[in-house]
Ligand binder design. Structure first.
Ligand code: G3H
Ligand code: 13P
Ligand code: ZN
Length: 320
């Protein structure tokens, strides 16, 4: 058993309390490899933002849980080397079992999500409480979820949103003891959220009702990529074949971030930024075969994207 505290990581409790008071949200960026991790840390150091490094089940399969944990430990040291000791949370994204959450906690994660949102309500309560009871012994924070997002999460996909029912949140939060709650109010996972011409709207009215039922409680938004149109155009210009799609407007995310929403999950926009930069190098310099020559520009593009999210969408800059 390794405590995250020995690794220089923090849990999310204090970060969320400050974010709610200050009217901003902490970025939760997924990572699977070194370049993504470097870009996240460099962007958050430059903007002096706390950050949540997220590991999904897919990331664990791709990169290995042990390596990712050591990379997060490395991230703490890397931030110090870059000159700013930013608070870093290592978080399990969409944990689907007690055993997985337990294994992450034992290996140094400071925060876990137990996603029982696909289960019947009482089963979700039972599973979430089991994880909370274990996690809290080690001062690890837990995110639960109520309501189902449309789109694809790992191997589970839902055609339609099942919005979070405000009349369930108080009971869920008090019976499980979770530290934060992910809700479904119209965001969705992946790069294909809405067709151009559609008018994407986060249900801020449901968010408001939820806030009234559990005042001051930390709320989490998944599926919050905005699918930047210039990056989609860049990918397609250099040989990509992405179908037209739009994401969650940044203006709406800004509004949500100024409320009790204190964690915003962004993964797909990073995938797009990396792909756009790599395609450009591949198309313009077909003679290149040194991975650093295309992964380096991908890392630069990612860093710019993350800085933009911190400064212009979430407002978490200068909050360390
Ligand atoms: O919620 C899903 C995240 O974007 C992680 O995606 O499971 O493909 O790593 P992944
Ligand atoms: P996006 O696919 O919108 O980036 O959402 C990521 C997410 O919610 C990770 O849990
Ligand atoms: Zn998610």
């Amino acid at each position: 058993m390794i405590s995250y505290k020995e690794l220089g990581l923090v849990n999310s409790r204090e970060l969320f309390a400050k974010a709610i008071k200050g009217g901003y949200a902490i970025p939760a960026f997924n990572f699977n490899n070194m370049e993504q991790m470097q870009a996240i840390v460099a962007a958050c150091v430059e903007t002096k933002s706390p950050v949540i490094l997220q590991v999904s089940s897919g990331a664990r399969k791709y990169a290995n849980q042990t390596l990712l944990r050591y990379m997060a430990q490395g991230a703490v040291e890397y931030a110090k080397e870059l000159g700013v000791n930013i608070p870093i949370v290592l978080h399990l994204d969409h944990g689907d079992s007690f055993e997985l959450c337990k294994s992450c906690i034992e290996m140094g994660f400071s925060s876990v999500m137990i996603d029982g949102s696909h289960l019947p309500y009482e089963e979700n309560v039972k599973l979430t409480k089991q994880v909370v009871d274990y996690a809290h012994k080690y001062d690890v924070t837990v995110e639960g979820e109520l309501g189902v997002l449309a789109g694809i999460e790992d191997d589970v996909s839902a055609e339609e949103h099942v919005y979070t029912q405000p009349d369930e949140v108080e009971d869920f939060v008090s019976r499980t003891g979770v530290d934060s709650l992910a809700i479904s109010i119209g965001t969705s996972h992946g790069a294909f959220k809405f067709k151009p011409g559609q008018d994407p709207k986060i249900r801020l009215d449901i968010l408001k009702e939820i806030e009234e039922r559990i005042p001051g409680f930390p709320i989490v938004l998944h599926g919050s990529s905005s699918v930047p149109q210039d990056i989609v155009a860049q990918i397609n210009k250099y040989g990509g074949k992405l179908k037209d799609s739009i994401g969650i407007p940044e203006e709406q995310l800004r509004k949500a971030a100024s409320s009790a929403v204190c964690k915003v999950n962004i993964d797909s926009d990073g995938r797009l930024a990396m792909t756009g930069a790599i395609r450009k190098v591949m198309a313009e310099k077909p003679e290149e075969f040194d991975p650093r020559k295309y992964l380096g520009p991908a890392r630069d593009a990612l860093k710019e994207l993350y800085k933009h999210k911190v400064l212009n969408v979430l407002g978490s800059n200068d909050k360390i």
